[in-house]
Ligand binder design. Structure first.
Ligand SMILES: *Cc1c(COP(=O)(O)O)cnc(C)c1O
Length: 399
């Protein structure tokens, strides 16, 4: 082994030295933030201050948002609510999910979806994800259906996409409704339909990190009158029990107007990253959608991390090193079976792919994807830098 002093690549501040070993970060200013400092948002806030709509129960903004969302979703009925999590709970209530029932979902999914099922006294039934793209495996759903099944929750995660046509066929055969979680996919196209429209109910989030952000907020899309009626009966208690406010709706309108344009920029940058990574880096493979007539939206870009290609660095160690470069590449969420007692759920099979997803998914946060072509080159250069120096980083972190 060479010592620190006689190896030129180990001189601190050398541009090729990873920040985690004392070099200059690729992005010294850090990762770009969210929400954007948009002039349109500033105007909305000033208008609301001037006309007092920020402080009123009612006004024009929620109705405008409902109309805009409905138009974007093929005329679906839209119900606004306080979060994506609440939208999912309302959807489950709309299908009368309760004590003794079962709801199917992927073992790798957003934790609140699991928690909502428990809240209603029902049992989550976990199925594995596909090895190919770590989304729910439609072929596993069939084996999970029993006479107790009340609903199937299907989430599109990290820029991956579920073949909703396959899911619908299985669900219709069994006469079980589908709830499509499109909280990470605003405005995406799934086999020729806008994301959220394949479900009997679709769920959107306007949380503070999402592609459409109002700090908090959510919406539910449906063509099912009976379900909507049941949900309205539950939420209307002389007042709306889980409302979206006028100011939140007002803030979402200008973002909705620019969603398609920003989605296009993000998609273009995902293509750039994907092709450059393929050329320069081994073992960090972006999620890829190969469904026809489809265009994902990127709240996150998911990656499969392969430790062997990074001198045995764990996903979390790699994540620390790349975040030190100013690149927001973070671990995905935990798999549901890995963080909950087995008494809480029923599992279909051993869930090997969800177990791997738990350990090896990385996600790139969407503000990065609004950057320039050069930013994308720099992101790839930062990853490459970690790969080149992986052995030294591994030696450093192990003592
Ligand atoms: C963000 C998100 C939600 C809902 O989140 P809220 O913060 O409650 O609005 C639901 N599902 C997925 C997959 C999400 O990413």
């Amino acid at each position: 082994m060479t010592s620190h002093s006689d190896h030129p690549a180990l001189v601190p501040d050398h541009p090729d030295m990873p920040a985690v070993l004392g070099g200059m970060p690729t992005f010294p200013a850090g990762a770009p933030g969210w929400p954007l400092q948009d002039d349109a948002i500033r105007e909305v806030l000033l208008d609301a201050w001037e006309d007092g709509s920020w402080g009123r129960y009612h006004g024009p903004h929620c109705d405008r948002l409902i109309n805009a969302l409905s138009k974007m979703h093929d005329g679906a009925d839209v119900l606004l609510c306080s979060s994506g999590t609440v939208a999912m709970e309302l959807a489950l209530r709309g299908f009368k999910v309760g004590s003794g029932d079962e709801v199917i979902l992927a073992a790798y999914d957003f934790k609140a979806n699991f928690q909502n099922i428990l809240t209603l006294g029902a049992t989550p039934v976990l199925v594995d994800v596909e090895a190919r793209n770590w989304q729910i495996d439609p072929s596993q759903i069939e084996a999970a259906i029993t006479e107790k099944t009340r609903a199937i929750i299907v989430s599109h995660l990290h820029g991956g996409m579920v073949d909703m046509q396959a899911v619908r066929e299985i669900a219709e055969q069994a006469d079980v409704p589908v709830i499509e979680d499109a909280c990470q996919m605003h405005g995406a196209m799934v086999r020729g339909r806008t994301a959220g429209l394949w479900g009997d109910v679709g769920v959107l989030s306007f949380g503070g990190s999402k592609l459409l952000s109002a700090g908090r907020g959510g919406a539910l899309l449906t063509h099912r009158d009976d379900v909507l009626q049941r949900i309205r009966l539950y939420t209307h208690r002389g007042n709306d029990a889980s409302p979206l406010s006028e100011i939140q709706a007002a803030l979402l309108l200008p973002q909705l107007a620019r969603l398609a344009e920003r989605n296009a920029v993000r998609s273009e940058n995902v293509e750039r990253l994907t092709s450059q990574l393929k050329d320069r880096v081994a073992g960090l493979i972006p999620f890829h959608c190969d469904l026809s007539n489809s265009q994902p939206a990127f709240y996150k870009l998911g990656f499969r991390f392969q430790p062997d290609e990074f001198a045995g660095l764990t996903r979390d160690q790699f994540s620390c090193a790349i975040q030190a470069e100013g690149v927001a590449l973070q671990p995905g969420f935990r798999a549901l079976h890995a963080i909950h007692s087995q008494r809480r759920f029923r599992a279909i099979g051993e869930l090997p792919h969800a177990t791997e997803a738990d350990v090896n998914i990385l996600t790139l946060h969407h503000p990065v994807l609004l950057g320039s072509e050069n930013d994308m080159r720099q992101v790839v250069a930062a990853i490459w830098k970690i790969q080149i120096h992986a052995e030294r980083i591994a030696a450093y972190v192990s003592g």
